[in-house]
Design a protein around this ligand. Structure first.
Ligand SMILES: Nc1ncnc2c1ncn2[C@@H]1O[C@H](COP(=O)(O)OP(=O)(O)OP(=O)(O)O)[C@@H](O)[C@H]1O
Ligand SMILES: [Mg+2]
Length: 286
């Protein structure tokens, strides 16, 4: 892999007061690749992507864009360099139509000077075309965004970032609130964005969502990296075990089983079984 990364974090450390949210984290995002960032609650995933998208500055370490050290004053600066972030609580207006939301802040205009106005016909058509180009078939671009499903809303946000020329697409837990079918739909758009040559950063708790689409896997645990693996370097089972913390589950099950309450002990035995399954590599699918 000799290609220059679009984004690179080198040994990045970030403090919030006494809390070390990130500790010496390094990773790279390349064009045409999906970099997955996995980790439990509080692992530092959002802090890492906020560092990559210009919200936070690292306290130590380097952040490079196209191989050059970068310092963004705001997320707008990052966007100007083609780094688009789709947050979980999408910045969309539920009562506005799909196409209005699509162009929010970048409306195409017609005419000139005092006669400049929003070109509605062009906007609707462009919106429909770029959604279709990603294989997204919204029945009616006039319908309010609030009436779309969570998966459809994520899809519109992804198509919008692609349309406005993002080179890097950062997605913070786009599948965590979705059912199996809709999560599958969002995963398909992640693959499509990758196939169009974007570098994608995909944050998730779920190794079963990450493994099929990811090219690299960065696993975080309480601000530290448990490793940054290429697809060939880690199996789905290993990734799941790392995420589930097989050893921690086992410990917890022993503690619960020792308790006096029989119901709690039963939960403990269940956990023990799960830990064993994880250990032997036979992983139950979600
Ligand atoms: N703005 C902030 N001020 C103070 N502490 C913060 C701030 N942002 C994050 N933290 C702390 O940094 C740590 C990492 O938080 P972060 O939000 O990056 O985790 P996460 O992996 O995204 O978790 P989740 O899966 O719950 O979204 C946590 O201990 C959190 O409390
Ligand atoms: Mg988070």
């Amino acid at each position: 892999m000799t290609e220059q990364p679009l984004l690179e974090a080198r040994d990045v450390t970030k403090y919030f007061g006494n809390v070390i949210a990130l500790h010496g984290i390094s990773t790279a995002v390349r064009a045409g690749e999906v970099t997955c960032v996995l980790g439990d609650n509080g692992a530092g995933k959002s802090t890492l992507i906020k560092t990559l998208s210009g919200v936070h500055r690292p306290d130590k370490g380097e952040y490079l864009v196209d191989g050059e050290p970068a310092r963004f004053a705001s997320p707008r600066d990052a966007l100007d360099r083609g780094i688009a972030t789709v947050y979980q609580d999408l910045a969309m207006i539920p009562l506005m139509s799909v196409w209005r939301n699509f162009f929010l802040g970048s409306e195409p205009t017609r005419g000139w000077g005092p006669f400049r106005r929003f070109d509605v016909v062009a906007a609707k058509q462009t919106c429909r075309e770029s959604l279709l180009a990603m294989g997204i078939d919204i029945r009616d671009p006039d319908q309010p965004v609030g009436t779309l499903s969570g998966g459809e809303r994520q899809s519109v946000a992804i198509a919008r970032a692609v349309h406005f020329g993002a080179r890097v697409l950062i997605l913070d837990e786009p599948t965590s609130a979705l059912g199996v079918k809709q999560a599958g739909m969002v995963l398909r758009y992640i693959v499509q964005a990758r196939d169009r040559g974007l570098g994608v950063v995909f944050i998730t708790h779920n190794p079963h969502h990450a493994y099929p689409v990811g090219d690299r896997f960065l696993v975080l645990n309480r601000g530290r990296s448990l490793g940054d693996f290429g697809k060939g370097e880690i199996s789905r089972e290993e990734l799941t075990r790392m995420m589930a913390g097989g050893a921690e589950l086992e410990q917890l099950s022993h503690e619960l089983e020792r308790g006096a309450d029989s119901e709690v002990a039963a939960v403990g035995r269940d956990l023990g079984d799960t830990a064993q399954q994880l250990g032997s590599g036979s992983v139950p699918m979600d």
